[in-house]
Design a protein around this ligand. Structure first.
Ligand SMILES: [Zn+2]
Length: 170
């Protein structure tokens, strides 16, 4: 049982604030690899990084603890649901039907208004993401040893861009 009610770990430790925390970052570890810093009990795969003005350092927390700490269970749940959905789509990304190979030999795909092309660049493969409607173009900085690795990196970049665009529109 996570959250303050069970009183595990730092929930019952004097000097640790229960409320007023802010989520400063979020990460999918790919598998449960950490124990929540707050309840010191729940194994977590999705890490909500929490900070507080009256607490030194950043705590890596699970969804329930994070939600209580920021007093916004809905937002914490939403971060986690989005990440789970992205993780599922990522596993299907390489097999998506939309991938085509151009006359130049570059694999490319159009998705959600974006266009992604993977091309040979320098010492490996790189991806470029453009949004034709806005003229936006982003070249990935890293070169990857294989074409699929560059394709997967383009998925992560796309998710980031889509998240940013959504943020802009609100
Ligand atoms: Zn916890």
């Amino acid at each position: 049982m996570e959250g303050p009610s069970a009183g595990w770990g730092k929930w019952s430790q004097p000097g640790v604030p229960h409320k007023g925390w802010t989520c400063v970052g979020f990460e999918d570890l790919g598998q449960p690899e950490l124990v929540c810093d707050m309840c010191e009990r729940q194994e977590i795969r999705y890490v909500h990084y929490m900070e507080h003005p009256d607490y030194a350092g950043t705590l890596s927390c699970g969804c329930i603890c994070a939600g209580h700490m920021e007093e916004d269970l809905v937002s914490a749940r939403r971060r986690e649901t989005r990440a789970q959905s992205a993780a599922q789509r990522r596993t299907r990304w390489l097999g998506r039907k939309g991938w085509r190979r151009s006359a130049k030999g570059n694999i490319h795909i159009g998705v959600d208004g974006y266009h992604i092309t993977v091309f040979r660049g320098g010492c490996g493969y790189k991806a470029v993401i453009s949004k034709p409607a806005s003229g936006f173009k982003h070249f990935g900085k890293r070169a990857f040893p294989t074409e699929p690795a560059a394709q997967l990196a383009s998925f992560d970049a796309l998710e980031f861009l889509k998240g940013r665009d959504e943020g802009d529109s609100h």
